[in-house]
Design a protein around this ligand. Structure first.
Ligand code: CA
Length: 223
């Protein structure tokens, strides 16, 4: 059974959505404000989060940013009518989709089904480059058929580079995507992690995967 968290301060909407989703067979939890929502997300895993933008204590966009620092759980935003800013900021902050209030329950249900289905297919992705295989679902890395153990950050870094193949990623982008704003060191940290990664996936296999672009950042290029 898929677990959905509703973070919504308008009790009437929250209760209505809860009722409908329960009826559809989802398991529902509710949070009344941003802080409560984040605590629940920290406490247990959810398959999807419905997130209102206008929330007390911590607003929805900020809640989303904090979720994205550690989790890639699908998030659908509930935005006010015609609030283009909310939608743009929300999608930039990593929302999977949004539904504009007031919404028909059928529309919300359709968005939920689509988002869950999309996530299921992307979750099975294996990213490859030459003889480098990164299995995102199982979090495993195979180089020339040999299993290589990576730390979480090393894995995230390699995943990000593979997902953006042939696009140079600056140190600043890499820092922001992988460490989020919790990080207050310098961008040199990226160089250190790239070095660690190379010692695991390049040197032992006598190959080069990552290319450094002087003064900018890093890229994985197709041969
Ligand atoms: Ca609200």
């Amino acid at each position: 059974m898929e677990r959905i968290l509703i973070i919504e301060d308008e009790e009437k909407i929250a209760r209505f959505v809860e009722l409908e989703l329960t009826h559809e067979g989802y398991q529902i939890e509710k949070a009344m404000d941003g802080r409560d929502g984040l605590e629940r997300i920290k406490a247990r895993p959810f398959d999807l989060i419905l997130l209102d933008v206008m929330l007390p204590t911590i607003n929805g966009i900020e809640v989303l940013r904090r979720i994205r620092q550690t989790k890639d759980v699908p998030v659908i935003l509930l935005t006010a009518r015609d609030s283009v800013i909310d939608k743009v900021m929300g999608l930039d902050a990593g929302a999977d989709d949004y539904v504009t209030k007031p919404f028909a329950i059928e529309e919300l249900l359709a968005r939920i089904r689509t988002t869950l289905r999309k996530r299921k297919t992307t979750r099975n992705t294996i990213l490859t480059h030459g003889e480098c295989n990164l299995d995102i679902t199982r979090r495993t890395c195979l180089i020339k058929g040999v299993s290589v153990e990576l730390t979480k950050k090393e894995f995230d870094l390699l995943q990000l580079l593979l997902e953006n193949k042939n696009h140079v990623l600056s140190r600043e982008i890499l820092l922001e995507k992988i460490w989020g704003y919790e990080f207050d060191g310098t961008t040199n940290a990226i160089d250190v992690y790239i070095r660690h990664l190379r010692m695991k996936i390049e040197e032992p296999f006598n190959q080069q995967i990552i290319t450094a672009i002087r003064g900018i950042g890093y890229v994985i290029k197709d041969e």
